[in-house]
Design a protein around this ligand. Structure first.
Ligand code: ADP
Ligand code: MG
Length: 584
């Protein structure tokens, strides 16, 4: 129904200029807006979703534009054959740049794209191949079924069909298995890694996708103008695209269109209005935009879209009969995780000091100790979030020391975090679904074309089952950030369970829970133990951990103070002095 309405709206929009009822000036502005929207959609994914700033989108657009210009003029290929080549050229350029720069932190990435943008501008301006600063003229018009689409009102159709397709593709991509991994880049990157979705991969994908859209926009630009030169692909143009993204709302698909439209219209108005106000020649509209940007970043850093439309996660229908294949759980008592003389030094501080202990299937091992004893650090070491300075980690008797978080998740080791790592803006069920990342296989292409529906349905069914299990089913469609902190910890447990784990590591899961919620959690953990899972539990609530744990490991200053059954540990005078004594 909703899609039908959108389609009807699009058809009316496409038809209006063809009917001759729209003045040419407005068609030309709309064409500029459309092309900019395609580029800015890439920035929505890259900057708004992925948190990476790029000053190089116009350069990537240039790769697309010059590719089609060269293929059309020198090789006389059809523009339609040049389209995939243009997109491929931009993606290949981004791959080269990304391989070198994506490991950089975000401000250095921004600087690198800036440098790249400036150097490519001069390169295009000085190479004979690209026609130097004059560029490449006489690019043939696009035609379809022998209809020449050179006239702006006809090319309008090509541009706005592209905008619609790019919006749809972006929406499909973000609402997919790989899309959730990209959305976790801001705020939940460590958690995503621990769910088996490496942030580096998600970053690269966002970068390449944004480049593909830039290449597509470059192709549109070249065939609209029928000529290319370096100016529209300069650093200044890249900055304008970034401004549009920030203006519209970098985290929202609609924000791309809104930002491109407001910027283009305002730019046009300012260019005709400011010379009347200030007679001295100069690009004063840039000053106006600078001021606007400052005001906006102060008052609406999320851009205008969320303020105008207040988007909320949409409830999604879930077919809970769908199931995913399960992992084989080893019999109770099987040795699972071993920490062998693990050590982690932070400069002079020894946070974990030659710590050895193990955990078996069907067993709850409590790790207790005063604040700063090294409990969270040992969890980070065991799950590949951090690497040990010395010592070994074994899982099911195989050495896994040095493995990264995603590789460890693949073995069936899942965890929650003391400092909650949820993506606040994503719905609760989507956050939980991230935990099932490794149980799906659909890549970006299947996501873009929405060929992943069956798999997505099964992943969401699993997420709902786990949410139900932890008692938070009724909150499935709420933004995760709107839940109480205690509930957010429980959402993390549901996410961990979605991995279908063999071993579960929970860092202070009961903190912030009410009494009956703690009872519920205790029941769940007993049930998981009965199912044969191994559970490592860091907890400050002594009653909670004493009633649950089969064994306790007591840590103090990074080292193991003692280990044993809860009753004997509770009577140990050293423990009482180091921990229980101070806690009492
Ligand atoms: P616990 O979870 O038992 O409260 P942690 O494992 O968080 O303790 O911390 C153990 C010690 O290591 C603390 O003194 C803490 O300040 C230090 N520490 C933890 N992470 C880091 C880090 N990334 N850099 C420096 N010191 C750290
Ligand atoms: Mg801790």
């Amino acid at each position: 129904m909703k899609r039908g309405l959108w389609l009807l709206f699009l058809l009316a929009w496409l038809a209006a200029p063809l009917l001759g009822i729209v003045p040419p000036f407005w068609i030309s502005l709309a064409n500029t807006i459309g092309i900019a929207t395609v580029v800015v959609l890439g920035l929505v994914v890259l900057t708004g979703v992925g948190g990476m700033t790029s000053f190089g989108q116009a350069s990537l657009m240039g790769f697309g534009a010059y590719t089609t210009a060269l293929l059309n003029t020198s090789l006389h290929l059809s523009p339609w054959i040049a389209l995939p080549a243009s997109i491929a050229a931009s993606v290949a350029a981004a791959l080269t740049l990304g391989a070198v720069t994506l490991r950089l932190s975000s401000q250095y990435l921004a600087l690198a794209t800036l440098a790249w943008s400036v150097s490519l501008f001069y390169l295009a301006g000085n190479l004979d191949l690209t026609g130097r600063y004059d560029g490449i003229p006489a690019i043939p018009a696009v035609s379809l079924f022998n209809i020449n689409l050179a006239a702006p009102e006809k090319f309008f159709v090509v541009i706005w069909v592209s905008v619609a397709l790019a919006m749809l593709a972006t929406a499909n991509l973000l609402d997919s298995r790989v899309g959730r991994a990209m959305r976790a880049l801001r705020g939940g990157a460590i958690a995503a890694a621990s769910c088996g979705a490496p942030p580096a991969q998600a970053k690269l994908l966002a970068f390449l996708y944004a480049a593909a859209l830039a290449g597509w926009a470059g192709w549109l630009y070249a065939h609209l103008q029928r000529a290319v030169n370096p100016t529209p692909f300069s650093f200044a143009a890249s900055t304008e695209y970034l401004l549009m993204a920030v203006l519209g709302g970098a985290g929202h698909i609609g924000g791309a269109l809104l930002g491109a439209a407001i910027f283009t219209l305002l730019n046009d108005r300012l260019q005709s209005f400011l010379p009347l106000l200030i007679p001295t020649p100069g690009n004063f509209e840039l000053v106006a935009f600078g001021c606007l940007m400052l005001v906006l970043l102060q008052t609406a850093p999320e851009g205008l879209w969320p303020h105008l439309f207040r988007p909320r996660p949409q409830p999604r229908p879930i077919d809970e009969t769908l199931a995913l294949p399960r992992r084989n759980i080893p019999p109770p008592g099987t040795l699972l995780l071993e920490s062998i003389a693990l050590t982690r030094r932070f400069g002079g501080l020894v946070a974990v000091d030659a710590l050895s202990f193990s955990a078996c299937a069907g067993e709850i091992v409590g790790v207790i100790g005063p604040n700063g004893a090294g409990k969270s650090t040992i969890f980070n070491l065991l799950t590949g979030v951090d690497q040990p300075s010395a010592g070994q980690i074994k899982f099911r008797s195989e050495e896994i020391t040095g493995s990264n978080a995603a590789a460890i998740a693949e073995l069936g080791i899942a965890r929650s975090f003391q400092h909650v790592q949820l993506v606040a803006g994503m719905s609760v069920i989507e956050n939980v679904c991230l935990g099932a990342h490794l149980r799906g296989h659909a890549g970006p292409l299947r996501a873009l074309l929405q060929l992943d529906c069956a798999e997505e349905a099964a992943l969401f069914a699993e997420a709902m089952r786990q949410l139900d299990r932890v008692g938070l089913r009724q909150h499935a469609d709420r933004p995760a950030g709107s839940l109480a902190l205690g509930q957010q910890r429980i959402v993390e447990i549901a996410r961990a369970l979605c991995l279908d784990p063999v071993m579960l590591l929970l860092d202070e899961p009961a903190a912030g829970l009410r009494h009956n919620e703690k009872e519920q959690l205790a029941t769940l953990l007993r049930q998981l133990r009965a199912e044969g899972l191994g559970v490592l539990l860091v907890e400050h609530d002594m009653d909670f951990v004493m009633q649950l744990a089969d064994r306790l490991v007591v840590m103090n200053f990074g080292a193991k103070l003692t280990e044993g059954a809860p009753e004997s540990v509770g009577r140990n005078p050293q423990v009482i002095e180091a921990y229980l004594g101070t806690a009492a």
